[in-house]
Design a protein around this ligand. Structure first.
Ligand code: NDP
Length: 331
């Protein structure tokens, strides 16, 4: 391996305000100076990758840029930290794919502190079936459990259920014995959601905006992956003492609510960040996902694509039309 070694990457360039992604040849020397060089075999698609690829400056400031907030593969060189050549690792979050070239290229170079050793029994593809979305779903479940959420309290609702985060959340909760109500705008995905373990699938109208400050409480707990007014409506429908873990903003970043769910029903709104949390917390959730929280249906239904299909797959995220887990295979 030398600095002149060439590799392929799906690179986004800016041209007169348009952002266009295409396959390019780069050299290892083009990667940022960091401690660990990784040969990436697989990445995973996330909503944030679609934002980066479409020029969202809140995600990626400078172009040309290689998106991909997730990557898994093999260490080629490590100049610091506990890893050495040949170790299998996965990397999610921190600055990967934002302003550090990410997993849509065949190589990345990142700080040692970003690298998670591959969970026992897993390979790179399996890790990328889950990716940041799976990690985030796991973190949402972990927060609900830490608040005492239990199946006997009643139904747990998941919004954006057919999406990357939502679908994994549905399966983990169902496998833990929760009665899951999946909210989805894709009627054609109802059967898939039931396969993942949802007991009931409702349309997005279950969280349509209302003028009422509170609604009949029908869900014990919830996971919200969409934000905006659906989150406000979900909060109005949580039973006393129940919690909602929130992680997303596809329906908008603004949250217009009142204090009523919090002071009349003692509800809790739990924020979930999968990006900047300590590596040890990520590792804990990865070990759960590789163990008792494993999602066989998600694993069986994940789709593999090549770099040539990234453009259309990422556009679907921006239209709210993506579903399930999509793995990028560099081979
Ligand atoms: P996806 O696009 O895969 O899933 C989002 C789902 O939300 C869609 O599939 C759709 O599901 C639903 N949806 C889309 N648009 C709307 C809308 N306007 N109103 C209501 N529902 C809508 O994205 P991801 O699962 O990858 O990510 C979900 C969110 O979580 C994103 O905002 C992402 O940025 C965020 N995220 C946050 C993380 C964190 O660390 N906090 C980490 C990972 C993701 P359906 O058709 O079934 O309703």
């Amino acid at each position: 391996m030398t600095d002149t070694t060439e590799f392929r990457a799906w690179r986004v360039e800016e041209s007169n305000g348009d952002y266009v992604g295409s396959e390019k040849t780069l050299r290892v020397a083009d990667l940022p100076e960091n401690e660990v060089l990784i040969k990436v075999s697989h990445s995973s698609l996330n909503y944030k990758d679609a934002l980066s690829a479409s020029g969202n400056k809140g995600v990626t400031r400078e172009f040309p840029h290689t998106p991909g907030i997730d990557a898994a593969g093999e260490v080629v060189e490590a100049s610091a930290g506990p890893l050495s050549a040949g170790d299998k690792v996965l990397v999610t979050g921190y600055d990967l794919g934002m302003n550090t070239d990410g997993g849509f290229g065949e190589y990345i170079r990142v700080p040692a502190a970003w690298c998670v050793p591959m969970p026992a029994g897993w390979d790179a593809r399996r890790a990328m079936v889950y990716g940041t979305a799976g990690l985030t779903a796991g973190l949402c479940v972990k927060k609900l459990l830490a608040m005492g959420a239990a199946p006997e309290q009643g139904r747990v609702v998941v919004s954006g259920a057919s999406g990357a985060v939502g679908s994994v959340a549905v399966e983990i909760l169902a496998r833990l014995g929760f009665d899951v109500v999946a909210i989805s705008g894709k009627a054609e995905h109802a059967e898939n959601l039931k396969k993942l373990g949802a007991g009931e699938v409702l349309g997005r109208d279950a969280l349509d905006p209302t003028k009422k400050p509170m609604l009949k409480p029908v869900f014990a707990n919830g996971i919200d992956t969409v934000g905006g007014s659906p989150l406000a409506e979900m909060l109005k429908q949580i039973l006393p003492g129940g919690s909602v873990a929130c992680c997303g903003l596809v329906a908008g970043p603004a949250l217009e609510t009142t204090v009523l769910p919090f002071i009349l029903r003692g509800n809790n709104l739990l924020g979930v960040d999968s990006v900047e949390i300590p590596l040890a917390e990520k590792q804990l959730v990865w070990s759960r996902l590789a163990g008792e929280w494993a999602c066989p249906e998600t694993e069986a239904s994940a789709r593999d694509i090549g770099r040539g299909e990234l453009d259309s797959a990422l556009s679907a995220f921006l239209k709210g039309m993506s579903s399930g887990k999509i793995v990028l295979d560099h081979s």
